[in-house]
Design a protein around this ligand. Structure first.
Ligand code: ADP
Ligand code: MG
Length: 208
């Protein structure tokens, strides 16, 4: 019936227009020129899981996509937990946008943990971090640094909150499964230690 066809056609046009309006993410410059991505509001409330920078009604909250450096430490890698931990990141809105598995030399571990030099655990920490393969990765998502710290849990695996990565996959204060940057500034410095520009998505069209 012609009337029904007209209604369907008009509906389709309105749908296409709405889907194009503001559906993208735009690149903006954060303090210090670090690339981060703001999220525009168009999205379905059903998709909302509280981790993508929009509230349940689809309104932008002003949250920004940022990134952080994560290291899956030798105990987590040797224990075969890489995929389980990555799945946990992805489920919680942290996307693994760059990743590589490598073995740190003692000197590289010392450089990475330079700020801890002089602490009683510094030597054994660097021994441990260079004792087996690690997986270094860049996680991107809304407030990535704090989100990752929340998922990681407290430093000591034995006392970290149940349900955190450290509690589930680590053992004690040292063998605690994961490293996560502690600020946006540190994150960019730590990312630069392991990843070059070409390995990172710094353009205006991130795939996450
Ligand atoms: P976090 O990794 O939670 O940011 P820190 O930056 O204080 O914690 O410490 C860096 C790493 O040093 C920890 O992840 C852990 O592997 C090790 N570490 C920290 N405190 C101790 C400790 N008291 N004994 C042994 N190792 C420690
Ligand atoms: Mg730290």
């Amino acid at each position: 019936m012609w009337f029904r066809r007209v209604v369907i056609a008009v509906g389709a046009i309105i749908f296409v227009e709405a889907s194009h309006a503001g559906c993208g993410r735009s690149a903006v410059e954060a303090d210090g020129g670090n690339p981060v991505f703001s999220i525009s509001p168009a999205h379905s409330p059903e998709d909302d899981n509280g981790t993508d920078g929009t509230s349940a009604d689809g309104t932008a909250t002003g949250a920004l996509f940022t990134r952080t450096l994560s290291i899956l430490k030798p105990d987590a890698v040797a224990g075969g937990h890489v995929n389980a931990i990555n799945a946990r990141f992805e489920r919680n809105g942290l996307h693994v946008v760059a990743q590589k598995r490598l073995r740190l030399t003692k000197e590289q571990a010392e450089k990475f943990y330079e700020i801890h030099r002089g602490k009683p655990y510094y030597e054994s920490l660097c021994e441990y971090m260079s004792s087996g393969d690690v997986v270094v990765q860049v996680l991107a998502g809304v407030n990535a640094v704090s989100k990752n710290r929340e998922l990681m849990g407290a430093t000591n695996s034995a006392t970290a909150r149940p349900g955190t990565i450290r509690r589930d996959y680590g053992t004690d204060s040292q063998r605690n499964a994961v490293h996560g940057s502690d600020s946006d500034k540190t994150a960019e410095q730590e990312i630069a230690l392991f990843f070059g520009e070409l390995e990172l998505m710094t353009g205006a069209h991130p795939v996450f």
